[in-house]
Design a protein around this ligand. Structure first.
Ligand code: TNX
Length: 498
């Protein structure tokens, strides 16, 4: 029998027998407003049709008891015998509920859980998924749906790429022209959109109720063409590089024109004016509001692909902007290019180069650790969710690699960068860039099942990782995804017939 849980728990002991889940089963919560109890109640209702009562009472046979202890971290224990007991920190109990959802099986009428004892905890503190809402705008409901999918895999960070050349997606009260003038369009001529500050708070609260931290990204100093639609005085004229010209010709896309919306996919042509104090007033306003809106500790400042910027200017910019973020009380995060600069101590790097970096990239990545920070691993040839599964896949790009499920599963975050101490690897993230995405279903196609590979690399113990086991468990868990109405790709690497 396949143990139908992804990511695989740290310790599992199975016992003979099952527990029947019936309409007489109750969910016992420590507190009537417990968000985790209602998440569980809704999940069971959607899957089975059983509407369980949430009560504060002593457990009896058949009940599901959620016990929040004083423990810290994300560990939980889950025992199924004549009842279910999930205990741990609030986050731990939430993760245990996700395990329970996957353990539940039935024929549409009768539902049961295997007798089991699980003691589980994550390998890495940071397990993330990123959605690019700049190239394609997705509304609040789609972000909530994305959070639900992430939470089901014990992901604990959702990174929103809120700004790029093609659009600005977050209302900034002190800089109203950003959303008035720079939000209406997106890549490839699609419509844009933006989140009001209330929308953003709603997203943050929804994520928090699923024990997910929102990591907002304001991409700087490049990827800033859209800012110029609103505040032209603080951006440089577009810089044409050869790669940009070649790509625009190949894809038949227009080149960037100052003051006009950019709808192509090229990168590296834009920058804010690094030495102009008006830029820094703007950044204090924008980053100040983003920091105030974000209860989570992290604020991502981008730093990628500033191809038109001199190295010394780039480094000076990154040093100053990471210090600004630190002064706002947040921990800065930057794409690994930012490691060339004397970043504020503690800055986190997000690595997006390949599984075999050259020495320069390795060196700037180690620099985050040398300055007291850590690194989140998103190798583009393994963890990038926007790359195609295979050459014929209709969605996605292929500049980094074709990434099938086995490739998405088969990498180890601690051995990519030579000399980076294992303890400096904070975790993993799967970025989903949106140049080719149009609909929420497109998100699912690229996310499922590869996000499950990233989730397992981030959560499960290294020694327990095994491709044959993983693909059998993905097959089993896909029935939970189906029942939730989540779409996705069904790669031929898995036998879906049984
Ligand atoms: C590179 S990787 C980018 C993004 C694109 C992506 C497409 C990185 C940090 N930046 O601007 O959307 O490639 O795959």
């Amino acid at each position: 029998m396949v143990f139908p849980v992804v990511p695989l728990p740290a310790s599992v002991t199975e016992f003979p027998g099952t527990l029947a889940l019936t309409s007489a089963s109750r969910i016992l919560a420590g507190d009537a407003s417990d968000a985790t109890a209602s998440v569980l109640r809704e999940a069971i209702a959607a899957r089975t049709g059983l509407i369980l009562e949430v009560v504060i009472d002593a457990a009896s046979a058949g009940d599901i008891e959620l016990v929040i202890t004083g423990a810290e971290g994300e560990a939980y224990d889950l025992v199924v015998d004549d009842r279910v007991r999930i205990s741990g920190s609030a986050a731990g109990v939430f993760h245990g509920v996700q395990t329970l959802r996957q353990l539940l099986s039935g024929d549409g009428e009768d539902w049961s859980l295997p007798h089991v004892s699980i003691a589980d905890a994550p390998r890495f503190a940071y397990r993330g998924l990123m959605l690019d809402v700049a190239r394609t705008f997705f509304g609040v409901d789609t972000i909530k749906a994305f959070i639900d999918r992430a939470a089901s895999m014990k992901i604990n960070h959702v990174h929103l790429h809120l700004t790029d050349d093609q659009g600005w997606r977050l209302e900034i009260l002190s800089r109203p022209l950003l959303t008035e003038r720079a939000s209406a369009t997106a890549a490839s001529g699609r419509d844009g959109g933006f989140y009001t500050q209330d929308d953003f708070r709603e997203i943050v609260d929804y994520a928090a109720s699923r024990h997910i931290v929102i990591v907002p990204e304001i991409d700087l100093p490049g990827h800033t063409h859209a800012i110029g639609l609103a505040y032209p005085e603080i951006v440089e004229a577009p810089v044409m590089n050869e790669a940009l010209l070649a790509q625009a010709a190949e894809l038949d896309q227009a080149l960037p024109v100052a003051g006009e919306p950019y709808t192509g996919w090229g990168v590296g042509h834009s920058s804010v004016k690094i030495h102009d104090e008006a830029t820094w007033e703007f950044l204090r306003d924008v980053l100040g509001e983003v920091a105030a809106l974000t209860p989570g500790p992290l604020l991502h400042i981008g730093g990628d692909e500033a191809h038109g910027t001199e190295q010394a200017d780039f480094d000076a910019f990154i040093a100053r902007v990471t210090t600004l973020v630190t002064d706002l009380g947040k921990t800065p995060v930057g794409w690994h290019e930012a490691g060339s600069a004397p970043v504020a101590p503690g800055t986190i790097g997000q690595y997006w180069s390949s599984l075999s970096p050259d020495e320069r990239v390795a060196g700037i990545t180690r620099a985050f650790a040398e300055r007291g920070g850590s690194v989140v691993m998103s190798p583009s040839d393994a963890a990038y969710l926007d790359q195609k599964y295979d050459a014929d896949f209709p969605l996605g790009l292929d500049w980094a690699a074709l990434i099938d499920l086995e490739t998405a599963y088969g990498w180890e975050p601690t051995t990519i960068v030579d000399g980076l101490p294992e303890a400096a690897v904070l975790g993993v993230e799967g970025p989903l860039w949106a140049e080719t995405l149009e609909t929420p279903d497109d998100i699912d196609q690229l996310l499922f099942p590869r996000a499950a590979a990233i989730a397992e690399i981030g959560w499960s113990q290294k020694e327990s990782r095994d491709w044959e086991s993983f693909r059998a468990r993905v097959r089993a868990v896909a029935s939970v995804w189906d029942a939730a109405g989540w779409g996705g790709h069904r790669p031929a690497e898995i036998d879906w017939s049984n």
